[in-house]
Each structure stands twice: as C-alpha cells, then as structure tokens.
Design a protein around this ligand. Structure first.
Ligand code: FE
Ligand code: FE
Ligand code: FE
Length: 162
C-alpha cells in the first residue's frame, strides 16, 4: 500500500510543482509575446530563465529523496492557464490588455508561492535542510516576480486601462 505520511505528501507536491513549472516553460513565452510594454515583456523573459533554474532545483531535490524527477498532473495550473487564455482573448487589443496579462500572471505566481511555501515548511519538518534552501530560492523568485508585476501594474498599466 502506498505511504500516506508527510514524506509521501512532500513527494506528491514536488511532482505537482514540477508539472506546473514545465507548463510555465511553455506559457511564459506566450505571455512575453502578448506583452506590449518592454518592461512587462522583459519581466516575463527574465522569469522564463528563472523557471528553467527552478526546474533544475526540483530535479536536485528529487535526487536528494532518492526519486526520479516526475510530474503529476496539476489541474490547478492547467485551470489557471486556461482561464487566463480566455481572459486574454477577450481583452486582446483593448486598453486593459496589459492589466489582464498581469492579472493572469499574478494568479499563477500566487499558486507557485503557495506550493513553494508549503514545500519549504515540509522540507524543514522532514530535516531536508538543503532541499528547504533550494525551495526558498525559488520561493523568493516567485515572490519577487509577483512584486515586480504589482509595481508595473501600479506604475502605468492600470492608469492606461482606465
Ligand atoms: Fe516558477
Ligand atoms: Fe497543483
Ligand atoms: Fe513563477
């Protein structure tokens, strides 16, 4: 019978975020392409490079717990992407297109922040301190991205959307 302890739960969520990050490798270039402002495009491009590193960190963590890197379908990220595509299609070409883009991206960042925050706490409880450090690095990148998106929205894009 499959284990149902914290270690198993940690591994399950590691697979979940691994799947989600891979979806973001495909989605961030589309967001960058859809961005009109140079700042927003470059924010998405920077975060794409960070995402590549985040995936290698997750692969390191799989190694630390003696598992092969493997994803498990994350319905949440698929739903956020699908919902986002709908919103972007609806507001494409309008004054609020950039605001929509930022809102879609921030929902995704918040999901990642939730996952990395939880995984880091569990890694500490499981005495996986090196894993916890790697998860903290990714958590900081997600948080910084979220804050940068807020700054961009507040600086110009929300005003232009009016
Ligand atoms: Fe990420
Ligand atoms: Fe998920
Ligand atoms: Fe992210």
């Amino acid at each position: 019978m499959a284990q149902k302890n914290l270690e198993a739960l940690f591994l399950h969520n590691l697979k979940d975020i691994y799947f989600a990050e891979q979806q973001m490798l495909k989605t961030l270039p589309l967001l960058a392409e859809a961005a009109e402002s140079e700042e927003l495009r470059s924010a998405f491009e920077t975060h794409l490079s960070e995402t590549e590193v985040q995936i290698t960190r997750l692969e390191e963590i799989f190694g630390m717990v003696g598992e092969k890197p493997q994803g498990v379908t994350c319905e949440a990220i698929l739903g956020l992407i699908k919902e986002g595509q709908g919103t972007l299609a609806e507001f494409k070409g309008g004054e609020a297109a950039e605001a929509a883009l930022i809102a879609v991206a921030q929902a995704i960042e918040h999901y990642e922040i939730a996952r990395y925050g939880t995984l880091k706490a569990w890694a500490e409880q499981l005495d996986l301190s090196e894993a916890a450090d790697l998860l903290e690095e990714s958590l900081e990148e997600e948080t910084d991205t979220d804050e940068l998106l807020t700054d961009l929205a507040e600086a110009a894009i929300n005003r232009e959307a009016l």
